[in-house]
Design a protein around this ligand. Structure first.
Ligand SMILES: *[C@@H]1O[C@H](CO)[C@@H](O)[C@H](O)[C@H]1NC(C)=O
Ligand SMILES: *[C@@H]1O[C@H](CO)[C@@H](O)[C@H](O)[C@H]1NC(C)=O
Length: 169
């Protein structure tokens, strides 16, 4: 019964988001709300890429679903990340757990990021068997699908690196 109800609610939400998308190409208040909720739990907005369209959150348990306008991939440093258009998990202050819908490519495997824990100024992304720490400062802004955190400066950076490489030889 409970499962049936949840399925119905999900279907309704899907219908609502589809019909909304058909008429308005972005409800700003709702879009911002997703990132504000993250900040309310002490997470920087940059752990979720641009393009969030809405969310569902059970206040008492922290169980949430978050919706992006499309699936999304980009790289941070040497890591390739992939976000599905629906991300689910449990959010508590400084801790995201039971995550589903975010993957990172490690060597040749796509692994699910299952947990993100904020420890002071560090974010710890865990795939269960391994984890990686990043400074919170990296996530002040949401990455853009495709080019991640460095869309505008991507070409400039390459040039600077090339010059540095030349001058050091
Ligand atoms: C999703 O949203 C982002 C940011 O608002 C926008 O740049 C992008 O074009 C959108 N993508 C689709 C497929 O609508
Ligand atoms: C969720 O909890 C916060 C306080 O913890 C409260 O201010 C807010 O109204 C609650 N929202 C809902 C939808 O229950």
């Amino acid at each position: 019964m409970a499962t049936l109800r949840i399925t119905t609610i999900l279907l309704l939400l899907l219908l609502i988001s589809f019909s909304t998308a058909a008429y308005v190409s972005g409800d700003n208040d709702d879009t911002k709300a997703v990132y504000q909720v993250l900040q309310g739990y002490d997470f920087p907005v940059g752990i979720i890429p641009k393009g969030a369209t809405g969310y569902k959150l059970d206040n008492s348990t922290g169980k949430f679903s978050l919706y992006l306008n499309s699936s999304c991939s980009f790289s941070i440093d040497s890591y390739k990340l992939k976000y599905m258009s629906t991300i689910t998990g449990v959010i508590k202050k400084d801790k995201l757990s039971s995550l589903s819908g975010i993957k990172v490519k490690v060597l040749i495997l796509w692994l699910s990021i299952s947990e993100v824990i904020r420890d002071d100024d560090e974010l710890d992304f865990s795939v269960g068997i391994a984890s990686a720490d990043f400074s919170v400062n990296n996530f002040e802004e949401s990455p853009t699908c495709g080019c991640g955190f460095d869309c505008v400066n991507a070409n400039e950076k390459k040039l600077i690196n090339r010059n540095g490489f030349v001058s050091s030889s």
